[in-house]
Design a protein around this ligand. Structure first.
Ligand SMILES: [Zn+2]
Length: 224
């Protein structure tokens, strides 16, 4: 039902706001063939910490614009476009091998709080996780990790963000993390990666065998 509403909404958006490449503004697609290719060549796969990786630099205009559209502009197709770019950069098998996934990992999006979900209507990390899971042929679970509502951490110092993040996430009451389970956590944009690192620790503490964090974009030129 939700997908149908999104499709109808997209139809009217296409009608009144034709798609233009977010980089070169050529009409026809959110990212044209040339810009997709250029962006795919900027595939980073950069380690941000222990078993946490950034796929693209956030400063690259295509990744930045698509993720901004996904987060604030209701540009749901950005997730699909980013996956197309990722697919140009590498195969799902190669990425899973690079992540050293041994079993069939479960894809888990970094959650947003219920109040955030209600005000925005969707979780951008979940939209990315959904297309990522489909691309990689892996199951996705949105019931494992939850997030408490809290103050926004944007602009706060690193230590304050880390402390707040530790109490913000929890495992769902009706979910048991199995001992030999393996997870891939998905987030959209990270700076220090502290959210992914915290979520990773929570799953490991709950008994997961292995957890890797993957952020689509890494703001590696900025601290905070
Ligand atoms: Zn273009």
């Amino acid at each position: 039902m939700v997908e149908m509403i999104l499709q109808v909404e997209q139809f009217f958006l296409d009608l009144f706001f034709p798609r233009r490449c977010v980089v070169c503004r050529n009409s026809g697609a959110w990212l044209c063939v040339d810009c997709s290719k250029k962006q795919s060549e900027r595939f980073l796969f950069e380690p941000i910490g222990s078993e946490v990786y950034g796929l693209f630099a956030h400063e690259d205009s295509a990744a930045r614009e698509l993720l901004y559209g996904l987060k604030y502009g209701g540009l749901y197709e950005s997730a699909e476009v980013l996956m197309d770019v990722l697919h140009l950069a590498c195969s799902a098998e190669d990425l899973l091998r690079a992540l050293q996934c041994s079993k069939d990992p479960v894809v888990v999006p970094v959650p947003v709080s219920y109040s955030r979900l209600k005000s925005r209507g969707y979780n951008q990390a979940e939209l990315l996780a959904r297309v990522f899971a489909r691309w990689a042929g892996l199951p996705m679970n949105t019931q494992i990790l939850h997030r408490r509502a809290g103050k926004t951490l944007v602009g706060q110092g690193r230590r304050l963000r880390q402390r707040a993040a530790q109490t913000a996430f929890y495992i769902g009451d009706d979910y048991v993390v199995e001992k030999n389970s393996e997870y891939i956590l998905i987030d959209d944009v990270v700076t220090t990666g502290s959210t992914l690192k915290t979520c990773r620790k929570i799953l490991l503490d709950a008994g997961a065998a292995r957890v890797v964090g993957v952020a689509f974009a890494y703001k590696h030129r900025f601290g905070g």
